[in-house]
Design a protein around this ligand. Structure first.
Ligand code: OXD
Ligand code: MN
Length: 599
């Protein structure tokens, strides 16, 4: 299909205007076909960006530029008309001024390259919760990864042609090619020219200078979280940085759980967990993002808007996440910035295979003990979710799945117990708003200081977080039947003893906590009412077969009053950042907690 074949003038003009500014050699409207995927992979092999691997099947190794290995939060902007609408957690830039800057950068930026126009759906195309996007890009790497991570298809083009709304996404690696200039394996712009910009009022994303993950695959963090959080606020639903899992009891009863943890706290591992408790089953719906809407029956229904996993490779192993390893074994994956083994496979730190001489992520010779890491710590795999051996059969149900429990958590070596059930929806929102991890002695701020990441959304909320908290409170207040809303819990797998020993084994053993949560949602499961919430009583947690001392169990389930009282000033300072946009209900929750702790 040619641009001139497009019947919707809004779509056609939008593409033509960008093509005139960027001056690509060609413009291609993508259709999501296998031929298109293979063609882009071949282009990337020719360019030296991809190497076809011997194993797993139909998979590629990709290397990025040294300077382009992760999301760039300092270069990520929310361009709302009013600065105060972006709030204290975002970098704001005036939209008109930013458009001028971008116009200058995009002028001629696709010279020597092909402009791809990718029609994609976040969520199953027919789902009432799904939304559409169009991404213009000059990166075949983005085309390949969008094929895996979203639903790229001509059906979306047809729907947009028929008038469906879409989010306008524009991306360039920012590296035009002069007439005789040879390309490099990973074209990108220097850091000071990278701009990941969002225009929430007009639902637009414009990204320049980076080819990497969350900066370039615009369906993921930019759309499904930053822009979608604004759409969700305006339309009365929730766009969240949450995994979704299906939990089935030995009796065959099913509960759905959504969970928010900051990046690198094991969301993918939990979403694909192998329970150690006999008869229990965990299946995956999603590992990173949940879109949730109240259904006609008053329950909160969630879809995973993505179609693939963009997971961190280092640390992924048969011990930490066997189902992710099995997903990768099926092939059809892209491995970005991992090591390459001598027999044409991939390797990363903490992989199951023992390290042996190989080629590192920058394609240099590497041997164990050489003092460098073989994989970049943020090396990633991109793989279709459908290949996951524990993907739930209903993961693409257009209606979504009804959520029974929402979990929040962070990395807390002290004070916070293993599990805690919120006293109410408002208290649950307070738990989400005070999510935090402890900084280690290595980080500026020092040990014991908390880094707050409310709802794990600090890098991803497209508007003022005070208003975001208010939106959560409003959703609860307006629910037709509050007893049908999910119960909210706070979990902490990372508690340590004063001597620094992990108190909880984690991984598959977390199923014991899931079982208690399941029981609570079923109106069973014993809990002790405490100043901080409802905690499992020692006999309510199934610890059979675990070698835990009574002392450790007590420490995991105790209320550390003195510790909590010490933490309160940090929560006060955290809340103060939101100024007069902090909902009163949250200030009240804090005051109530203090009063309960002091009682
Ligand atoms: C991610 C993140 O890449 O949260 O998913 O950083
Ligand atoms: Mn994430």
């Amino acid at each position: 299909m040619q641009v001139t074949d497009l019947k919707n003038p809004a779509l056609r003009t939008w593409i033509q205007e960008w093509a005139e500014l960027c001056t690509p050699d060609h413009v291609v409207i993508c259709d999501g076909s296998k031929q298109e995927y293979d063609h882009c992979c071949n282009l990337l092999v020719k360019a030296g960006t991809f190497i076809k691997l011997d194993a797993p099947a139909n998979s590629y190794h990709c290397r990025s530029d040294l300077s382009d290995v992760a999301r760039v939060e300092d270069r990520t902007f929310i361009c709302s008309t009013r600065k105060e609408d972006a709030g204290p957690s975002n970098h704001w830039h005036d939209p008109a001024d930013m458009r001028q800057v971008l116009k200058g950068l995009f002028k001629g930026c696709m010279k020597g390259r092909t402009m791809f126009v990718i029609p994609f759906s976040m969520g199953p195309v027919e789902s009432p919760i799904a939304k559409f996007g169009m991404e213009i890009t000059d990166s075949p790497y983005v085309v390949v990864n969008m094929h895996i991570m979203t639903r790229v298809c001509s059906k979306v083009t047809a729907k947009v042609e028929a008038g469906a709304e879409f989010v306008r996404c524009v991306h360039s690696v920012g590296a035009p090619l002069a007439e005789t200039q040879a390309d490099v394996p990973w074209p990108c712009a220097p850091i000071e020219k990278k701009y990941i910009t969002h225009f929430p009022e007009t639902r637009e994303i414009i990204s320049f200078g980076s080819g990497y993950g969350g900066n370039a695959l615009l369906g993921k963090k930019c759309f499904a979280l930053r822009i979608a959080s604004v759409q969700a606020r305006d339309e009365g639903w929730l766009a969240e940085h949450m995994l979704i899992l299906k939990l089935t009891s030995p009796a065959g009863v099913v509960k759905y759980v959504a969970a928010a943890f900051p990046s690198a706290c094991g969301k993918t591992n939990l979403a694909m967990m192998e329970p150690t408790l006999a008869g229990w089953k965990v299946e995956t719906i999603g590992d990173d993002i949940a879109w949730m809407k109240l259904g006609a029956d008053g329950r909160l229904y969630a879809i995973n808007p993505e179609a693939g996993f963009f997971g961190v490779a280092p640390g992924t192993s048969m011990k930490s996440n066997p189902n992710a390893m099995r997903t990768l074994d099926q092939g059809n994956a892209v491995f970005t910035n991992t090591g390459i083994t001598m027999d044409g496979g991939v390797w990363w730190e903490d992989h199951d295979a023992a390290p042996a001489p190989m080629v590192d992520w920058q394609r240099r010779p590497w041997s164990p003990g050489c003092g460098r890491k073989a994989a970049h710590p943020n090396a990633r795999f991109t793989v279709p979710a459908a290949q996951c051996p524990v993907i739930a059969s209903e993961w693409e149900d257009p209606a979504g799945v009804p959520i029974d429990a929402i979990l929040f958590g962070g990395r807390r070596a002290s004070v916070v117990p293993l599990a805690n059930e919120a006293l109410s929806w408002e208290h649950g929102v307070f738990l989400g708003a005070t999510m935090a991890s402890e900084m280690t002695a290595a980080a500026i701020g020092g040990a014991g200081q908390l880094r707050f990441d409310p709802f794990a959304m600090v890098p991803f909320c497209g508007y003022h977080m005070g208003d975001y908290f208010a939106h959560w409170l409003k959703l609860g207040a307006q629910a037709p039947d509050r007893s049908r809303l999910p119960r909210i819990f706070y979990v902490n797998w990372f508690r340590k003893s004063p001597a620094g020993k992990w108190l909880w084994p984690g991984f598959g053993e977390n199923s014991r906590v899931l079982k208690w949560i399941f029981d609570r949602c079923n109106g069973q499961g014993k809990a002790v009412s405490t100043a901080i919430g409802n905690l499992p009583s020692a006999d309510a947690l199934d610890l059979t077969g675990l070698r835990m001392t009574d002392e450790d169990t007590q420490a995991l389930l105790a209320v550390d009053r003195a510790g909590w009282l010490e933490v309160l000033p940090q929560i006060e300072a955290h809340f103060a950042r939101f100024g007069n946009r902090l909902p009163e209900a949250l200030a009240k929750q804090l005051a109530d907690l203090k009063a309960r702790l002091e009682a």
